[in-house]
Unconditional design. Structure first.
Length: 394
């Protein structure tokens, strides 16, 4: 029986992949101790504060993940939430792949890859925003490709309430999907954009009200952008990371007025960039390298196990994705443009601010999709497969 018929796109196969994803994450949760990341502890503290007082004191956070953690409870509740979101993402990646490429073999391979991918398993256990953010972004992309603009708008805005990364890009994606992917008339395009704005305002309004009560003025997102920008652009930063006391000293910016602090951090970072344009470009390259390196930069994950797990899982996926882009992607650029734009946009943000493997993780489901499409097409074409690996005759 031909391989594409063995790995078919039937529901039973997808159900088995989802079960595998769940089992791997539960087993990993049993074996892997709590990593006690600084940000993870911060989200747990913020969840308690938010549900006790109705206020979120941490200026660098968005409210959705702390609100969900407070709702389901810390510990087991939070862990089950993140594992469920991670398994849901496996299904969403399958849905996205079918929507973009109409290729069920590629969809099964993409879902299987996400089910066993070590980064996705790891991040589903450590209590950070990545898992929720990834699920919402993939859901938004899948909905846009299917023409469900309202559902996509809700998912996109909820992702902004998790992490503000998509805030500037989302309206452009609405326009791209409406004009290029779905070829909608201009009147309909305008209506889709207006609908997105209405959804955006409706879902963001409670957060704006919270910020107005906290700061006495409208803060559209949060007050963490100045800190992130300064940490990535100051005289102390040599690695491209954002560790307090190593990549930047924030003590000179300790002030009670959080609005003024954010503005001062932005000004200091912009002044440094203007005075050191060559260094800024040099650091952008360093941040790009750190963002896309095959293994983590953090010292505690430099053991042979973590390095091998990262390299052996990421490098083959990245190479297959690159092969897809070089072999077929340029011909299908109009169709895959939103995904390429998202990857390029996030990469650019972190070349300007802070580079880390952690910030690459939200792009990896889309890299996995490209890799799966390449694998599926190679499996269907013996001649193409022989170009990479000669197959001896029987």
């Amino acid at each position: 029986m031909p391989l594409p018929r063995i790995i078919s796109g039937d529901r039973a196969a997808l159900a088995g992949i989802l079960l595998l994803a769940a089992v791997l994450r539960v087993v990993a949760a049993i074996l892997l101790p709590d990593q006690n990341f600084f940000d993870a502890v911060g989200y747990r503290d913020a969840a308690r504060e938010l549900w006790a007082t109705g206020r979120l004191g941490a200026t660098y956070m968005m409210p959705l993940y702390p609100a969900l953690v407070g709702l389901v409870g810390q510990g087991l509740g939070q862990l089950l939430l993140d594992i469920s979101l991670s398994v849901l993402t496996v299904w969403l990646v399958h849905t996205l792949t079918v929507a973009v490429f109409a290729d069920r073999l590629a969809a099964q391979l993409a879902a299987l890859g996400c089910a066993i991918y070590p980064h996705f398993v790891f991040f589903s256990l450590i209590g950070l925003t990545e898992t929720l953010f990834i699920a919402l972004v993939v859901a938004a992309m899948a909905a846009w490709y299917r023409g469900a603009f309202t559902v996509a708008a809700v998912c996109a805005v909820l992702s902004i309430l998790t992490r503000p990364s998509l805030d500037l890009l989302a309206p452009l994606l609405v326009l791209y999907f409406a004009l290029v992917v779905h070829w909608l008339p201009w009147r309909t395009v305008a209506m889709k954009l207006i609908a997105y704005v209405l959804v955006y305002c409706a879902l963001m309004a409670p957060w704006w009200l919270h910020n107005y009560r906290s700061y006495g003025t409208l803060v559209r997102l949060n007050l963490g952008s100045g800190e992130v920008f300064y940490l990535g652009n100051n005289p102390l930063n040599r690695t491209g990371g954002g560790l307090y006391g190593i990549d930047g000293d924030l003590k000179p910016f300790e002030m009670p007025d959080r609005i003024a602090r954010d503005a001062a951090l932005w000004k200091a970072g912009m002044d440094y960039v203007r005075e050191n344009p060559g260094r800024f470009l040099e650091m952008a390259v360093i941040k790009f390298t750190r963002l896309w390196r095959p293994w983590p930069h953090v010292e505690q994950y430099q053991s042979p196990f973590y390095v091998a797990a990262s390299v052996l899982s990421f490098v083959p996926v990245a190479l297959l994705a690159l092969f897809y882009l070089l072999r077929w992607g340029w011909r299908e650029l109009a169709r895959i443009g939103p995904i390429v734009l998202f990857i390029g946009y996030l990469t650019g943000i972190h070349m300007v601010t802070i580079g880390s493997v952690r910030y690459r993780v939200p792009m990896e489901p889309f890299v996995m999709v490209f890799a799966a499409v390449a694998a599926a097409r190679l499996l269907r074409s013996h001649s193409a497969l022989r170009q990479l690996w000669p197959i001896p005759k029987a």
